[in-house]
Design a protein around this ligand. Structure first.
Ligand SMILES: [Zn+2]
Length: 153
């Protein structure tokens, strides 16, 4: 799809210093529309949907939150720790509401791989199909999420 004026405005909100210090685009020079299209294709190749991935992240976050900062073991090989930090972040797409700053760290004890995501990531993936730009500190690669978190079609 072609980048619209509105996409340009949203992309502006993703630049460093707008909503977060480091921004949400990393070194990515593509338009927001191209980033969305590429990740949408990647998710389809996996046979998944953004909603399925977001639901899994939400489920793991809820399980991890019961640990109150201590690691919790889930599904035999996943270990989750939820770290709350002060502050809240708005959605760059202009939704009302704020997302608590929080780091959800999930380690796959079988493979040694680890992913870290936030409540804003869950919203961005589930509602917008946005996984952040390449090398952004909170970029969520769909294939990595599927592999590490055991998300299957
Ligand atoms: Zn939103």
């Amino acid at each position: 799809m072609k980048q619209s004026k509105r996409d340009d405005i949203i992309q502006g909100q993703m630049r460093p210093g707008a909503i977060t210090r480091d921004g949400m685009l990393g070194v990515d020079r593509r338009t927001l529309r191209d980033i969305l299209d590429a990740d949408d294709a990647a998710v389809r190749r996996l046979g998944l949907t953004h909603a399925t991935i977001a639901a899994r992240l939400r489920e793991l976050r809820a399980a991890g939150a019961r640990g109150l900062g201590e690691p919790i073991r889930v599904d035999s090989d996943l270990e989750i720790r939820v770290d709350s930090v002060c502050g809240k972040l708005p959605c760059p797409f202009g939704h009302p509401g704020l997302y608590p700053k929080e780091f959800v760290e999930v380690s796959n004890l079988r493979t040694g791989e680890r992913v870290t995501f936030t409540q804003l990531n869950i919203h961005l993936i589930g509602t917008h199909g946005f996984y952040e730009g390449l090398d952004s500190p909170f970029r969520q690669d769909p294939e990595t999420l599927a592999r590490v978190l055991g998300i299957t079609a």
